[in-house]
Design a protein around this ligand. Structure first.
Ligand SMILES: Nc1ncnc2c1ncn2[C@@H]1O[C@H](COP(=O)(O)OP(=O)(O)OP(=O)(O)O)[C@@H](O)[C@H]1O
Length: 340
């Protein structure tokens, strides 16, 4: 084993230890934890989908703690302005106007996880600031540039109450590596524990119970690049991924059928090149977490729904039915494109 293989092996053990640690605080969410960990090591931003009170904050604070980086959170509201992410103004105890750094810049370069709750309640101007920060990992304020080289953005969309909301545009959704759904655990014992065990009633204490800084988060960018370089993709796997890509734009050509609609009329746009590159990044990390140095069709399939579904664009008549169409379409594509 050469030095870089040994390093990747060491990091893999730490990545798996992180999953075990987070799952001691966040119950019944093994798949979500695996996906968030995948995004951490693929360096991708994540959209979260889930009702209120399902443990999103707990999950993200738990990850920030084990990674050792800083965590910040903002609530999307209709009157939130882009500058509210950057600074607060207030009257000080001495009665003078004062300015303090806002949630985005208060931790400087230490910011590892930024949670934007209910992003669709904020106006498009706020979305565009966030997208710029996601793409450039920097922002200008107070006459200097603030850099966040270790930042991952997690954004939640409130799906229950849709009044006064600004849906994020498809171009914005495309910037997110994944959309991950978080549901209440179905298991009776887990539900019982969430209700009756006081350990799960106090997020601060729950997060504080986790081992802090299990991993040097400042090294994540380098490790992520090494993972992408070291996990191989065979010619046949590449061909499979190309077919999946074509099927996202023309599912009918692959014989994908959905009840109650014509798949030949469904798609406005398939996955973008960015989307497919994010699928591959996530698939390589999946392979690495499984202890392999090559990706398999199963690795692609494991992250296909979460990396692709949110970026497909349907014809306007079908867009309203997205929640009922997206999952069967993705399953149909995976079922119709022959895996090597
Ligand atoms: N799966 C879970 N594991 C552990 N704790 C949980 C879980 N689901 C919910 N909780 C507990 O429920 C409470 C609410 O969770 P949390 O604040 O993380 O939810 P949220 O999804 O961020 O809510 P909101 O959308 O209102 O901000 C916390 O005390 C948390 O510990």
């Amino acid at each position: 084993m050469d030095r870089s293989d040994a390093l990747l092996q060491d990091w893999r053990e730490r990545a798996l230890a992180i999953e075990r640690e987070v799952s001691t605080a966040v119950m019944g969410q093994a798949r979500v934890i695996r996906l968030v960990n995948t995004a951490v090591f693929a360096r991708g931003h994540v959209l979260l989908q889930g009702d209120v009170g399902v443990g999103k904050t707990t999950l993200l604070r738990a990850f920030a703690r084990v990674l050792g980086g800083a965590y910040a959170r903002t609530e999307g509201t209709i009157d939130l302005m882009p500058n509210d992410l950057i600074y607060y103004t207030y009257i000080s105890a001495e009665g003078r106007p004062a300015v303090d750094p806002g949630p985005l810049i208060e931790h400087g370069e230490d910011l590892a996880i930024f949670f934007f709750n209910e992003i669709n309640r904020a106006r498009p101007q706020v979305h565009s600031l966030l997208l710029r920060v996601m793409a450039e990992r920097s922002v200008s304020a107070f006459n200097r540039e603030w850099r966040f080289p270790h930042l991952q953005v997690f954004a939640d969309r409130n799906r229950v109450e849709r009044e006064e909301t600004f849906e994020i545009a498809s171009a914005a959704r495309d910037r997110f590596m994944m959309e991950v759904t978080i549901e209440t655990p179905a298991d009776e014992d887990q539900r019982r524990a969430l209700m009756f065990d006081p350990r799960y009633h106090d997020t601060d204490a729950l997060v504080a119970s986790l081992a802090g800084g299990m991993l040097a988060y400042r090294e994540l960018n380098d490790i992520a690049a090494q993972i992408q370089r070291s996990v191989q993709t065979s010619e046949r796997l590449q061909q499979y991924a190309l077919e999946l890509w074509r099927a996202t734009a023309a599912p009918a050509d692959y014989g994908v059928k959905l009840s109650g609609l014509d798949t030949a009329q469904l798609m406005l746009a398939g996955a973008s090149p960015r989307g497919m590159s994010m699928l591959l990044r996530a698939a390589r990390v999946t392979a690495w977490l499984e202890g392999r140095d090559y990706a398999t069709p199963e690795d692609l399939q494991a992250v296909f729904d979460v990396t692709i579904a949110h970026r497909l664009c349907f014809q306007p008549v079908y867009e309203m039915r997205r929640p009922e169409i997206a999952a069967p379409l993705i399953a149909g594509i995976l079922g119709s494109v022959a895996a090597p």
